[in-house]
Design a protein around this ligand. Sequence first.
Ligand SMILES: Cc1cc2nc3c(=O)[nH]c(=O)nc-3n(C[C@H](O)[C@H](O)[C@H](O)COP(=O)(O)OP(=O)(O)OC[C@H]3O[C@@H](n4cnc5c(N)ncnc54)[C@H](O)[C@@H]3O)c2cc1C
Length: 400
Amino acid sequence: MVLGMDILISGASVAGPSLALWLQRYGHHVTVVEKAPALRGGGYAVDFRGRVHMETLGRMGLRDSLEARATHMGDIAIVDAAGTQVAALPSAIFSGDLEVLRGDLADVLYAATREHVRYRFGDQITAIAQDERGVDVTFAEAPPQRFDLVVGADGVHSGVRRLVFGDDPAHTKPLGVYGGIFTMPGTMGLVRSGFMYNEPNRAVSVMSPHGGDQIVSMSFAEPGLRFDYRDVDQQRRIIAERFAGVGWRTPELLEAMERAEDFWFDSTTQIRLDRWSHGRVVLLGDAGFAGGPGGNGTGLAVVGAHVLAGELDAARGDHRAAFERYERLMRPYVATCQKQADGSPDFLVPSTEKKIAQRNRFFKTVRYLPPARRMFKYLATRTATAFDLPSYELPELVGR
Ligand SMILES: Cc1cc2nc3c(=O)[nH]c(=O)nc-3n(C[C@H](O)[C@H](O)[C@H](O)COP(=O)(O)OP(=O)(O)OC[C@H]3O[C@@H](n4cnc5c(N)ncnc54)[C@H](O)[C@@H]3O)c2cc1C
């Protein structure tokens, strides 16, 4: 093992801290730079499903702390405009084997790494220049610094991807669905449960895994919407406009959105690149291979972090060999997950009343037909398990 490489990771959400956890255990010096001024809370629930995800979390030593924060969500009631339940989304299918709020996951990862990893919040990379022996990085705030490797784990709008791989529109495949997510004080008496309401091309869902606060998600389908991913006021306006006149309890949710501090908005976009590395720079998680809803994005980020760190260790720090193997191993897995996510808009935001009714009928049937339920669960887990997790020499879990 080559000890003590200086490695810079951009992005402190899921992929970045997951990789940091492994790299510091393998003996590297890790810095994580995050654009946000502090660890970002918020987000809906993300889930892990099947043996590959669960084995990876186990090897990371995080199973217990994540289980302690698990949502244990029940079914989500699909309601009509009057609030009457018409069907239910079964939790066994949609919450996977372990579901946590994205903010809780980021929290657990940060807590597990902060002691040994240098986190630098409120800063970002502005330039990257690499040569045979290292990478010179310029930051918006901190003085320039040289690293052995740089990892872009900075999400769908990755700054590292833009700087190193260019701003090619071919890298992004928007699925035509946009969503805003925020937390508000509970008003619907939900505990480990939720509601979902649809109108054509619109979906509103509310859930509360622990009682108290409820998390609201508003998604809409629209081809080719342009928005500035840095302009949160504009994003709130977009949601307010698209959901004006939508029924059920949408008006009160829109009011709460205006006050929400953790409002998050994004397009559901897949990232597709011919290569994930360029010299000493490599992409991980959504920055390199975002899948979109149902594409196991969080699982891919966590498994990808394990594989990338494991391959670097196995290659004794030869980054070229490691990046090549990382990519060769992960690519088919990513492709399978992205393919599954391609169909998610039809399910999330059906485009007509007829399609909404068809979907609801399907879930009504699934609920009472155990074989259909099992079959659907199998399909929902199949892509997440479509990977042979390599056995790497695991570093000791020190002090955890
Ligand atoms: C606030 C938030 C809420 C989310 N909510 C949901 C959700 O409800 N459901 C869902 O399925 N997915 C959600 N996601 C996305 C989900 O976390 C990812 O799809 C998945 O977990 C992979 O994580 P990632 O770490 O690769 O990317 P992300 O989770 O997108 O994290 C990227 C990180 O990089 C930071 N960053 C961005 N640009 C830069 C830059 N130039 N320099 C430094 N840092 C930068 C971001 O602030 C963020 O912390 C959310 C992400 C965020 C940041």
